[in-house]
Design a protein around this ligand. Sequence first.
Ligand code: ATP
Ligand code: MG
Ligand code: MG
Ligand code: MG
Length: 439
Amino acid sequence: MRLSRYFLPILRETPKEAEIVSHRLMLRAGLIRQEAAGIYAWLPAGLRVLNKINAIVREEQNRSGAIELLMPTIQSADLWRESGRYEAYGKEMLRIKDRHERDMLFGPTNEEMITEIFRAYVRSYKDLPLNLYHIQWKFRDEVRPRFGVMRSREFLMKDAYSFDLDKDAARHSYNKMFVAYLRTFQRLGLTSIPMRADTGPIGGDLSHEFIILASTGESEVYCDRSVLDLPVPGADTNFDDPAALQSIVEAWTTPYAATSEMHDAAAFEAIPGERKVSARGIEVGHIFYFGTKYSAPMKAMVSGPDGVERPVHMGSYGIGPSRLAAALIEASHDEAGIIWPDAVAPFRVALLNLKVGDSGTDAACETIYRALGARGVDVLYDDREERPGAKFATADLVGMPWQVLVGPKGLAEGKVELKRRATGERTLVTVEDAVALLS
Ligand code: ATP
Ligand code: MG
Ligand code: MG
Ligand code: MG
């Protein structure tokens, strides 16, 4: 992408309304724009990040055996009357009337709808286990939307729903998601901690929140430091082996880790002093097993091998990709701007032409731009007529993992400069080596 033809609206001033660094940087780097309280447009570079996060989330959901579909954002209130949640959900739900005065709502979550889909088609244990997920916009009329897309009213969620014949099978489905979540956050470059959590309005008796430690996090969390050293399961994990998954989950849930709602002060005190972590964290994912909470009232029944019908056992599993974009910045930035992990950067490489109009510099940049493009590398080519200082600042602010600095001085010796954003480390290399190293 040539920056002269792209849409990257950088802000010079620090926006006053932004209280935390990720919000400030997302506004300044031209990633998002607020359209109403807690409602954001994703500008082109922000959308690239969001799509890359979604791609990783999707790959790990698919790897674990979950199947993607897409449910609508607008739901009928009648579905929620069946489960009894229409009145119970309260003011967080955005209620809408259509032209026929029918009660509709903008979905804050999809348990009811997926239960309706399931019961329409599935009757037998032979079609289980089943895990269906989508990545879809949600609306929750938060009391205090704040921190940009970290706590917005309209936000993106990956929500998966599992269906099993009994509690043991449901436990295996839960464990699959537990492992998929560990892998997803690691691939995003984050250290996540599964913590015993309250089940909240969704209900149930088995639940973990996946937390990223960050001083600006809204959750108060407590854990044993040893949980940070556990190995994340590899891509070769066998998701069809219940015993193997159970032992991974046991290893990850043995060290103490809980959010304030589930905190057990006595158990925490028993941890040796140097291992006690009392900190703030960001909830980036949450998994629940809730049994027959929805299937019983909504009559989602399956027959077992004995021919007897029973309500199906369910779980639900959420990840917030839009919140994750902000969480990633909280975890990785410096005074100059964002430092994207390679996996989700809007572009892998920022190519800086330090003297537009100089024929040698222009030619070298074109060569690099074309060669990287041909190798499938995302490049943002700063071909604007701007002074070098402004180009350095933009590249640092937007946070591409690699920068290639091309100017007449270096080219006189046949070299360009390669800069790693995270460390600031610079090396002089030939044009050919720059292309080889970055592809
Ligand atoms: P919170 O405690 O932050 O209000 P929640 O517990 O209400 O979140 P869940 O119902 O567990 O959220 O939803 C699953 C995931 O959706 C959360 O773990 C989070 O990543 C994301 N999420 C929830 N609410 C928001 C929001 N207002 N803005 C952005 N992401 C959100
Ligand atoms: Mg909430
Ligand atoms: Mg929560
Ligand atoms: Mg939650």
